[in-house]
Design a protein around this ligand. Structure first.
Ligand code: CMP
Length: 143
């Protein structure tokens, strides 16, 4: 089953949007497979955004991501990568439709609340980077 990596960025955590965001993915029907609140350091943030290292906003982006705790998640379900990005909305909140997370909760591309993997292959890499310990398997345990 397809999986994606979703990160609630420091502004989303500080603004108390964690529950709202999780609720939107749950209500859509996706399954939560991994969840943790963590501080990441500069080398880790640079690794996550390595593809953007030549961009003029790269340093500011890294500063933003290490400015406070983030919520890292793995979500699973049919077409979760593409559908997850629809739930999130366009990268620039000026272009994200109302009803999407960024459309409803963000106004600045440099403070856009949430990240979602852009393809199945990047999801695989990002899940491996953020959850090296692996994720839970959904099975009942006998006590
Ligand atoms: P994200 O989905 O995490 O993927 C890359 C991030 O880079 C993006 O969300 C934004 O937070 C950030 N970003 C993209 N374009 C710009 C820009 N022009 N200025 C500042 N940040 C940007």
């Amino acid at each position: 089953m397809e999986q994606t990596f979703i990160m609630i960025k420091p502004d989303g955590v500080q603004r108390g949007l964690v529950g709202e965001i999780i609720s939107r993915f749950e209500k859509k029907g996706f399954s939560l497979k991994g969840l943790k609140l963590i501080n990441v350091d500069r080398p880790f943030a640079e690794k996550h955004y390595a593809d953007l290292s030549a961009k003029p906003f790269f340093n500011g982006l890294v500063e933003y991501i290490i400015s406070g705790p983030v919520v890292a998640m793995v979500w699973e379900g049919k077409n979760v990568v593409v559908t997850g990005r629809k739930i999130i909305g366009a990268t620039n909140p000026a272009e994200s439709a109302p009803g999407t997370i960024r459309g409803d909760f963000a106004i600045d591309i440099g403070r856009n609340v949430i990240h979602g993997s852009d393809a199945v292959e990047s999801a695989r890499k990002e899940i491996a980077l953020w959850f090296p310990e692996g994720i839970v398997t959904w099975q009942s345990s006998a006590h």
